[in-house]
Design a protein around this ligand. Sequence first.
Ligand code: ATP
Ligand code: MG
Length: 561
Amino acid sequence: MQYSKLLIPTLRETPSEAESISHILMLRAGYIRQLASGLYIYLPLAWRVINKINKIIKEEMDAIGAQELSMPVLHPAEIWQQTGRWYEISDEMFRLKDRTGRDMCLAMTHEEVMTWLASREIRSYRDLPQSWYQFQTKMRDETRPKSGVLRTREFIMKDSYSFDADEKGLDISYENHARAYHKIFTRCGLHYYQVESDPGMMGGNVSHEFMAPSTAGEDEIILCKNCGYTANIEVAQSLPDSGLNEEFEFEEVYTPNQRTVQEVAEFLNVSTKGFIKSLLYISDSKPVLALVRGDQEVHEKKLSKILKSPVRPANKEEVFSILNVEAGFIGPVGHSITIIADEILSKGCCISGANKKDYHIKGIVPNKHFTANWQDIHVAKSGDLCIHCKSVLQSERVIEVGNIFKLGTKYSLPLKAFYLNQEGAEIPIVMGSYGIGPARIAASAIEQNHDKDGIIWPSSIAPFDLHIIPLNLKDINTQKIAYNIYNSLISSGFDVLIDDRDERPGVKFKDADLIGIPYQLIVGEKALKQGFIELKSRKTKEVTKIDLENPFEKIIGLLKS
Ligand code: ATP
Ligand code: MG
C-alpha cells in the first residue's frame, strides 16, 4: 500500500493522557484514537495487526477441531438470571431494557448463550465432544479502563467453549486448548508464561492464565526458575524463608504508642520475623482473627476461600467493641474468637499485642498460649521458597493475554444442557471455556518489543512485512526500482508499504521507526549509482547491502527468516 493513501496520523509529542509504553506508542504511531473512556478506534495499521493476530488464532483453533460461529452481543436477562450471574455481577455489566420493557444485557462473555445453544442442539453422547468459538465483542463497564487497549470497556475476545461427556473428555479438550494457546502466543512472538490461576467469576475449579511479562501489567505472578512452578499471586503458595531463632521468656512488655509491627520491632530491637501480625476481619458478619508473620501480609482471597464467604478488615470501632482493645495492640492470647493462623507461625514466632493498650507480649508459644486453625493465608512474595523444590522464588508483573477454565457443570446444570448416555440416562454436559484478547496480544507485543524510537513488531503480527523508503521519488531511477520491487513482492504475497510521500528522508525514517515494520528497504540515489539498495532490520538496525542484479531472492530470504 502507498503511505500517502493510508491514514497514519503519527504524532511528534508524547500524549499526556498515556502512561504505559504501548498506549503512548499506539497513539504516537497513529494506530489508535480514544473516543471516550475505555472506547477505542483502531486505525488502519492497528486493524491490520489485529487481523494478523486473529488469523493465527483462527488457524490454531481450527487445527484442534473447534468450529467457528457467531453469537449476539445483546442478551435476554433470563439466561443470566438462570445461572445467577445477573445477580452476582454488579456494575461491570451493562444492562438495558428493550422497547417492551424486557430486561436485557450486553455480553460480558458468552457462557450463558453457548450453554443455551448446547441445551437445545446436543442431545446424545454421539453429538459429543464439541468445541465452538467466535471472535466477538464483549462489553464490560470496567472500574478503571486504562493503559490504552489493554483494558477497555468494549473489546473483541476470541472465546471458545468445549462440551464433553465427562471429566476425562474435558481434560482432553482443556489440554488441546492449552497446546493451541502455546502455539498462538509463540507464533505471535510473545514472551509468556502459563500460570495457575483463580477461576473467579467463571466458576469451576481448575484454570490457567497465559501471562506476558511487562511492567504495564496489572497482575503479578510468582515463579520458580528452578522447577518451573508458576502461579498468579492470587493463588500462589510459598514457604516463607526461615524466621527468627531467638527465644524469649513469656512476659508482657511496655510498648507505649508503638502500634505497627515495624514500630514495635524497632522499639524492641527484634526483627519483624519474630512477630505475629494479628488482624481482625469480618466474615459473614462474624469476627475472625487472622495471624501472619510480622514480615508478611494476609491474603484476603485465601482467607475468604477457607471461610467460604467474603471477608473485610474490621474498622476501628468494630475492633474495639469486639476485642475491647485498640487496634495496634491486638494479639492471639486470651481470646475465644475464631483464629486462623498462617502455618509458618506454628514453627514459633513469639511477639504480638497483649490485648491491652501500650503492651505487647514476648515469648508466645503457639499451641500452648493460643490455638488456631493452621492454614496457608500469607501472600507469596519474591524471596520466599518454592513449595516444590525449595528454590528461591521470584515475582514478575504480567499482562493476562488469555486464560483457560475447567467449568465442569456450573453452567450446564442451571441451563439444563443434558445429553442422553448409552443407557438412556440424562447427564449434564461437562464444559470448559477459553478466552484470548487479541488487542492485549498487540499491546503486550509492543510492551515487549520497542526502543526509544518506536515499535518493533514481531514479523508475524506486523501490519506490513516490509516498508520501502525511496529517499527521492522525483529521481526516475529511484522511482522505477522502488516500484518494481514493490510490485514484485506484492505479487509474491508479501504485505508491503511504500513511503510515496514527498517528505524529507529524516521525516520518513522517523515515521518508519515509529510505526515499527520489521524491515525497511532504503532506495537512495547514491547507493543506486553504486549498484545496491539497503535492507535494514528495525530491531538490530543491521543494514544488508542488496545487489541490484537480482534483489528478490535475497530480500525474500531475509523477510522469511
Ligand atoms: P482481567 O483479570 O484482566 O480483568 P479477565 O479475567 O476478566 O481479565 P476474561 O474474562 O477471562 O478476562 O477474558 C479473557 C481474555 O479477554 C483475557 O485474558 C484478556 O486477554 C481479554 N480481556 C479481558 N478483559 C479485557 C478488557 N477489559 N479489555 C481488553 N481485553 C480484555
Ligand atoms: Mg476482568
